[in-house]
Ligand binder design. Sequence first.
Ligand code: SF4
Length: 358
Amino acid sequence: MSERVKKDLRSMGIDDMTALLKELGQPAFRAKQLFGWVHEKQVQHIDDMHNLGKGLLAQLNEQCEITAMQLERKQVSKDGTEKFLFQLADGNYIECVLMRYRGDMSKQRNTLCISSQVGCAMGCTFCATGQGGFVRNLTAGEIVSQVYAVNHQLIEEGDTLPVGNVVLMGMGEPMLNLDNVLKAVALLNDPQGQQISIRRMTVSTCGVVPQMKAFADKKLDMVLAVSLHAPNDALRSGVMPVNNRYPLHELMDACRYYQKQTRNRITFEYALIAGFNDQPEHVAQLKALLKGLDCHLNIIPVNPVANTAQFSRPDRKQVAAFVKALQNAGLNASVREEKGTDIDGACGQLRGKVTGKQ
Ligand code: SF4
């Protein structure tokens, strides 16, 4: 006999919960209470929802569950960046990375970089996740659970700031799991839940054009970060297979469409690789490519990833010279502060496997 699949409460919004409670013959006002327990208080067990009454708790236990995710390992970088490895209910692993920004009060924040898929199908050659291939999409509940699980850690450690900024730039291509990503964004933004401002959430893409257009049509005030990494098709196709399917002119059309729909500035991520995409002609190509777009270029000196020894990191001087040349060409560009390189927590280093557990 096949086991009945339980409904995941963390994947449910208020409308889903209202419908569920109606099915269970419960009064409508319970939906708001249930939503508060799940998405504001972030309870980990149904029995912790004290004011719902024994009858409803029994019904919920019978039909529903709360996404189970076990913290398998936490690593702390020399610069304070923390990487969490979580095991999902089906045994797969995902990672997320916490950056605690301190300094003056107005700038204090906890930013969490979260995953949207187990593995990734896009195969970018400089990326550890891409080397492992695609396994499956995360549910909306699994996406928000990364935030809730890290919030529990923060509370345990006495950190009074919950996660306030979310970056969908961990494992996976968010545009290929767009429905669940958008549902998770709405749940995290909900005034009855974590109330994380949409403007404090960033979604990244390697350039999946049709989904970028669908995302643009939602007209959300989220930050869109496009992984560009090369200034022309020949170079880009060499490191990002997605470019064969959606070459740069199509990607730029999608970016222009996004900007027309949202009026939001776009961030372009550019992993700087010595002798590959850091030459003077590349500055001119970038200038032509990005003409007319309101955008910012994040220049990220490439991180060391196992099996990609062909990518060498430019030295500080080369990086500074490249950024200066971009600025002189009239582009908004800066070097992105790197975090967590020593624990493989930086961009392109997440892998999602337990290797050599210590
Ligand atoms: S860089 Fe992003 S899109 Fe490319 S393989 Fe890695 S996770 Fe996937």
